[in-house]
Design a protein around this ligand. Structure first.
Ligand code: GLY
Ligand code: MN
Ligand code: MN
Length: 452
């Protein structure tokens, strides 16, 4: 093929790759400024690895990027790596670059199956990566060695210990790459960058706040669909399917987590997600469903009466959860924490309310039925990165989700809403969804009368 044709083919490939991109990306500067802020927090180069594609549990699963890698690059293809190098005097004297994105070589056969991919050879044709240097991933090791002639320390993600990945997380993505690094650059002093990355990810930029608002709005509409449709005789999975259709048709990629639609006894099982049961009148159903859109996940729960009307006991428990949630939301402001102890604990506010209102069938206080934390950050992961008990700061986005679960009464109630922390308090980002007993019952009655 002639040079001109080759260039044309490369350009067409590039156009196809762009049109296939599933996510709406943020501006290139966003990613670049995150990398710059990360470099301010470290005393040596940072190396990170994209997922390779084999992390998925079944072979032809849709590829999903490692969230820290995505946060810093906006790159959502497999097999890449990232090297960031602080521009100290010594680094500049040695001519070390500030950053390199390493990409795997293109595999034209594979692309017949998976579609066009970015390749290092198209670096000039891909200024949209926003990287000053793009190189083949085969050069990663030599570039690392070059950087380590100047810096003794190398920062990367240390694995999280999880039963499925072994006691040290050694079988996880981070565990495997740390092992590779230890063998490739044995003299480096390895440092964990997870804490620094988590701290950055917890405070959302304006454009991340916008992306989260999109995920939240589409999830709220899915919850309204559920409120419109709920009837005795429906199966839990029918509500889950309806909600997924609602946000998928609005352009969201997937549920942010396993959808929980639990009625009767299932309403008391925190992560019930088999959603098999047929729902009778008289039960409540806990609907904990949120969409992932452009990589960002919402996380919203409502507890609804299947019949359209709560019983007196359901209403009593619901209103205790609601008041506990309102008390916690009203107290959200910079400096408060999501931790379970300490004088700034929001959890404590919700727990104390629950434990001093209402009783179980044995006349005992209800605190022991609030069996989980008060909430968590959301973002690129539904339980987002970072220290969950760190004092709140403006720009953080969290769930506030108290619940009471009484298995012996087949009665679980959780309300989960999302707040943006501001300079002085919080904005409730889920305010447009019915939340009080009256609002829920009115909405369901109007929907049944064909008015919603
Ligand atoms: N949907 C999981 C949670 O609420 O944390
Ligand atoms: Mn949650
Ligand atoms: Mn949830």
């Amino acid at each position: 093929m002639k040079r001109k044709n080759l260039a044309l083919v490369a350009l067409l490939g590039l156009a196809a790759a762009l049109s296939m991109a599933a996510r709406e990306k943020e501006a290139r500067d966003e990613y670049a400024s995150r990398r710059a802020r990360l470099l301010e927090r470290v005393a040596g180069p940072v190396v990170l690895f994209a997922y390779g594609g084999q992390e998925n549990v079944f072979p032809e699963a849709t590829f999903w990027q490692e969230p820290n890698f995505y946060y810093l690059t906006g790159h959502d293809e497999p097999g890449a790596a990232l090297l960031l190098i602080p521009q100290t005097e010594a680094a500049q004297t040695a001519g070390l670059p500030k950053e390199i994105l390493f990409l795997p070589p293109r595999d034209l056969q594979r692309e017949r199956w998976d579609g066009p991919r970015a390749g290092p050879e198209e670096a000039e044709a891909r200024p949209q990566t926003g990287f000053e240097e793009v190189k083949p991933v085969s050069l990663l090791r030599s570039e690392l060695e070059r950087a380590l002639e100047v810096f003794p320390r190398l920062y990367t993600l240390f694995p999280l210990a999880k039963p499925e990945y072994g006691p040290e997380g050694e079988a996880s993505h981070a565990g495997r790459w740390l092992a590779w690094l230890r063998q490739a650059t044995p003299l480096a002093d390895f440092q964990d960058v997870r804490g620094s990355l988590g701290a950055l990810r917890q405070v959302k930029s304006k454009s991340e706040q916008e992306l989260l608002r999109v995920a939240i709005e589409r999830s709220l509409e899915a919850h309204r669909e559920a409120m419109r449709a709920l009837r005795p005789g429906l199966h839990e999975y029918e509500i889950a399917a309806l909600m997924e259709y609602s946000f998928a048709r609005a352009g969201c990629e997937r549920p942010g987590y396993g959808q929980i639609v639990g009625s009767g006894f299932n309403s008391t099982v925190l992560h019930y997600d088999s959603n098999r049961r047929q729902m009778p009148a008289g039960d409540v159903v806990v609907i904990d469903v949120g969409a992932e859109c452009n990589g960002y996940s919402a996380d919203i729960t409502r507890t609804l009466p299947v019949s359209g009307k709560f019983t007196a006991r359901q209403k009593e428990i619901y209103e205790i959860v609601l008041a506990a949630q309102n008390a916690a939301i009203a107290a959200v402001k910079p400096g408060m924490t999501m931790g379970r102890t300490g004088e700034n604990s929001l959890y404590r506010i919700a727990y104390d309310y629950i434990n001093t209102h209402g009783k179980d069938k044995q006349g005992e206080p209800l605190g022991k039925y609030f069996i989980h934390g008060l909430g968590h950050h959301i973002g690129l992961e539904v339980h987002d990165a970072g220290d969950g008990s760190r004092p709140l700061q403006p720009g953080m986005i969290l769930t506030i989700e108290p619940g009471i679960y009484i298995p012996e009464e087949n009665l679980g109630v959780r309300l989960e809403d999302i707040v943006l922390v501001t300079e002085t308090g919080a904005v409730l980002l889920t305010a447009s969804l019915p939340r009080t007993v009256e609002e829920v019952e009115r909405f369901m009655a109007e929907a049944r009368a064909g008015k919603k």
